[in-house]
Design a binder for this molecule. Structure first.
Ligand code: ADP
Ligand code: MG
Length: 157
């Protein structure tokens, strides 16, 4: 797919669900290489898919000209994944709690809650131009000793 830019620690996709599978493949390859076990990998994959869906629909509003960048950084048994869109951001304080009252019955509004449950930490920031950057962190047990070259990889290219 020529619209997809990929390097070892970064994938850039247009704002369409058609590219979710590309992001998933990229993550699986990168995190298996880092020695992440299947269970933690599944948690990260679900979280990133929720975050990328939010970036596609709420952030970039399916505008194919707008991109979503997913960056992975692996350092001493912790993975950090960043999902960045080119949307207008949002007010975190206005997000309803999905496990409160009638919200429990709704089929939507659970993405951020799921990410919070599956990852160790998440951190939203909003770029001055408006885009949302979601950083998610999870420490993991490796299935093998991960190589020392994993340490200290810069997040930027
Ligand atoms: N990247 C984003 N850009 C703009 N708004 C966002 C973004 N991510 C989340 N949101 C806002 O947070 C709300 C909650 O997201 P989420 O918990 O995933 O539920 P849902 O996507 O089902 O609405 C969204 O409805 C949206 O208003
Ligand atoms: Mg969502």
């Amino acid at each position: 797919m020529p619209e997809v830019q990929k390097s070892k620690n970064r994938i850039v996709i247009p704002s369409s669900q058609d590219y979710l599978v590309e992001v998933d493949r990229f993550l699986e390859t990168r995190l298996k290489e880092a020695g992440m076990n299947e269970s933690d990998l599944a948690d990260v994959a679900i979280s990133v898919s929720e975050a990328v869906n939010n970036a596609i629909f709420h952030g970039n509003k399916c505008d194919l000209k707008k991109k979503i960048t997913v960056r992975v950084k692996v350092e001493s048994g912790t993975v950090e994944v960043q999902v960045e869109d080119q949307g207008r951001g949002f007010d975190l304080s206005e997000i309803p709690n999905p496990v409160e009252g009638d919200n429990l019955l709704k089929q939507v509004g659970r993405g951020i809650f799921i990410i919070k449950s599956l990852m160790d930490r998440l951190d939203f920031s909003f770029a001055p131009e408006g885009g949302t950057i979601l950083k998610m962190y999870k420490s993991f047990q490796t299935t093998r000793r991960s190589s020392s070259s994993e340490a200290g990889l810069p997040l930027a290219e």
